[in-house]
Design a protein around this ligand. Sequence first.
Ligand SMILES: [Zn+2]
Length: 51
Amino acid sequence: MTAWRLKCKECGSEWILKVSYDISDMKTIYHYCRKCKKNTFHEILGRLDDQ
Ligand SMILES: [Zn+2]
């Protein structure tokens, strides 16, 4: 699992997404935002070290 720091482009909230695949090639990802309560585009801010 790799943890990525995402930022919602609509509300600006930052949160961590853990996925088993590499999204480093993507600049944005379309994903559900719990704050917006809908799918929004997210900016991928970077990768967190595996823990
Ligand atoms: Zn949002």
